[in-house]
Design a protein around this ligand. Structure first.
Ligand code: NAD
Ligand code: UD1
Length: 338
């Protein structure tokens, strides 16, 4: 079985490539390195002990993508490629809608032309918007997204659902990730953000390594146990394993399924800081600052559907997430080499 992994050089894609090969799948990776480095592909090969096909191509390039489908026998696609920075999406909405929405449309068109109708898509808990109360369930209403990035995920979910409605031979799995953190146990691959990190864990690890002086904690007056925002952090390897389970399902039957991939447990910003300090032995300086616009107090999943239907649940706890994030950051202080 040959699986096309779009965005396979990125953070979640690289971890998923390893788990796919561990599970016996052959992979074909496509990436344009907009937000990743070639080195991550070398390390995927090193960690898996396997070689795989790679194409440097933009998913919007239909001719290039068609060439890949004609050259490789692709059974299904796991679609990670896209832009993901919330703040940047407000500055560059056209780029975000073009890359994420047009990219997915182009991909689906090429898939259809080549008779490949099985896709696992990287969605996000962001599609639940601001008004649902946690634990978030797949049956809750979606929409009301507050930034172009989130709206692209919402739109792509609708596009893929319409595709399935138009042709029930399609098999579509929409995976709503909560907050992926952590890294491969080896410390060889991990999250390598460009510039100033937007997300909590890469910010914490950069403070711990001495690259940034302190963490700004965005508000301590939320209605949570210590006043700071609560999220459902999930180890990236657990997330990767969730993709293998979702893939098994799309390969075995047609249909449209939606799954939360989270742990079901929420931790506050200060809980994460404490867990990280314990795991790393390093003190993380922080200051309480104003709330970040668009943030909500609490967001965590009900992951029971993924357990019932896919037989998947997250196994790795917050300490392991922190230990593995720290191993990656401390052994690769500057991220991947160019
Ligand atoms: P990432 O930026 O590390 O990986 C995305 C990869 O896609 C990169 O390697 C990038 O170079 C590539 N890419 C982007 N546009 C492309 C294009 N047009 N053609 C070919 N390749 C392209 O991001 P990630 O954290 O691994 O996220 C993967 C997916 O999961 C994204 O779709 C993201 O929106 C989604 N997601 C991520 C999170 C998170 O917190 N990391 C949460 C929810 C959903
Ligand atoms: C953010 C995005 C979300 C996206 C997700 C994964 C926003 C509003 N939401 O989610 O759309 O799907 O990332 O990419 O940007 N925090 C700090 N200091 C920091 C960074 C974060 O206190 O420097 C706090 C936040 O206020 C929040 C928690 O840490 O309470 C987690 O933040 P973050 O990692 O950015 O994830 P989300 O906001 O959940």
């Amino acid at each position: 079985m040959s699986i096309l992994v779009t965005g396979g050089a990125g953070y979640i894609g690289s971890h998923t490539c390893i788990e796919l090969m561990n599970a016996g799948y052959d992979i074909v990776v496509v990436d344009n390195f907009y937000n990743s480095k070639k080195e991550s592909l070398k390390r995927i090969a090193e960690l898996s002990g396997k070689q795989f096909a790679f194409y440097e191509c933009d998913i919007r390039d239909k001719k290039g993508m068609d060439h890949i489908f004609k050259s490789e026998k692709i059974d299904a696609v796991i679609h990670f490629a896209g832009l993901k920075a919330v703040g940047e999406s407000c500055q560059k909405p056209i780029e975000y809608y073009d890359n994420n929405v047009n990219g997915t449309l182009a991909l689906c068109e090429v898939m259809k032309d080549n008779g490949c109708k099985k896709i696992v898509f990287s969605s996000s808990a962001t599609v639940y918007g601001m008004n649902n109360v946690s634990p978030l369930k797949e049956t809750m209403p979606t929409g009301g997204t507050t930034n172009p990035y989130g709206t692209t995920k919402f739109m792509i979910e609708i596009i893929l659902a319409d595709l399935f409605k138009s042709d029930n031979d399609w098999s579509v799995s929409l995976l709503r990730y909560f907050n992926p953190i952590g890294a491969h146990k080896s410390g060889r691959i991990g999250e390598d953000p460009n510039g100033v990190p937007n997300n909590l864990m890469p910010y914490i690890t950069q403070v711990a390594i001495g690259k940034r002086p302190f963490l700004s904690v965005y508000g301590n007056d939320y209605d949570t146990h210590d006043g700071t925002g609560v999220r459902d952090y999930i180890h990236v390897v657990d997330l990767a394993l969730g993709h293998v389970k979702a893939l098994n399902r799309v390969l075995s039957k047609s249909g449209l399924d939606v799954y939360n991939l989270g742990t079901g447990t929420g931790y506050s910003v200060l809980d994460v800081v404490k867990a990280f300090e314990k795991a790393s032995g390093v003190t993380v300086e922080y200051k309480i600052v104003e709330r970040r616009p668009g943030d909500i107090a609490t967001c965590y999943s009900d992951p029971s559907k993924a357990y019932e239907e896919l037989g998947w649940k997250a196994e790795r706890g917050i300490e392991e997430m922190c230990e593995d994030s720290w191993r990656w950051q401390s052994t690769n202080p500057a991220g991947y080499p160019d």
